[in-house]
Design a protein around this ligand. Sequence first.
Ligand code: BEZ
Length: 217
Amino acid sequence: MTIQLGDVAPDFTASSTAGEIRFHEWLGDDWAILFSHPKDFTPVCTTELGAVARLKPEFDRRGVKVLGLSVDGVADHEGWSRDIEATQGVALNFPLVADPDRAVATAYGMLHPNADTTATVRSVFVIDGQKKVRLTLTYPASTGRNFDEILRAVDSLQLTSRHSVATPANWQHGDDVIILASLSDDQAKAKFPDGWRAERPYLRYVPDPSATAEDAA
Ligand code: BEZ
C-alpha cells in the first residue's frame, strides 16, 4: 500500500518498549513522527536511534511525539536499547514499536521487496494533529537519515499550517518565507498587514512569523 500526502495515517495496535500502543489513541491531537528501522542490532540504526534520542527535546518543543519501529520483538528491542545507551551515550526516550508480523510495515508500505524481502526500508512519516500524513521520506538501509532535516521540515510544515506560508529552498528558521501562491493579494493583505517584498507577483516574501516574539510565546 502506498501512503500519500494528505491520507489519514493508518491506525494500528502493537506492542512496544513502552507497552501496547493504540496508535490513534496515542497520537491524540498531537503531531508525530513515525520512523522505521530495518532490523535490531544493526549499526546505522543504532546511530539513528541515538541521534533521535538526543534531539527528543527539540521534537517536544514543537509538540511532536516520536515513535520508532523495527520488525523485531520487544525482548530484542530491550536488549538493543542497552547497546544504544552504551554506544550512543543516550538512553532511548521514546517508544520503539515491535512489528514481528510486519503488520505495521505492510500498512505503511515500509517493505520494498526489491530492496529487501523481510527488513523495512528507512521510512519517515510526519503526521499532523488531524492524523494526516504531511511528509514521507524513504531511505535505503545503508544511508542514515538526517534528523536535523526532519526537524527543519516539521518547522516548515507547522509554519504552513499556522501562517499560510511556504519555505524556500534550504530555508532555515529565521529566514524569510513565501506567502502561499493560493493566497490572493487581498487575502495576503489581511494576513500580512505590514506588507511583503514581491520579486515577482507570485514570489512574495515576508519575515519568518515564527521568529517574532509573539509567535515564539
Ligand atoms: C544498519 O542499520 O546498519 C543496516 C541495517 C540493515 C541493512 C543494512 C544496514
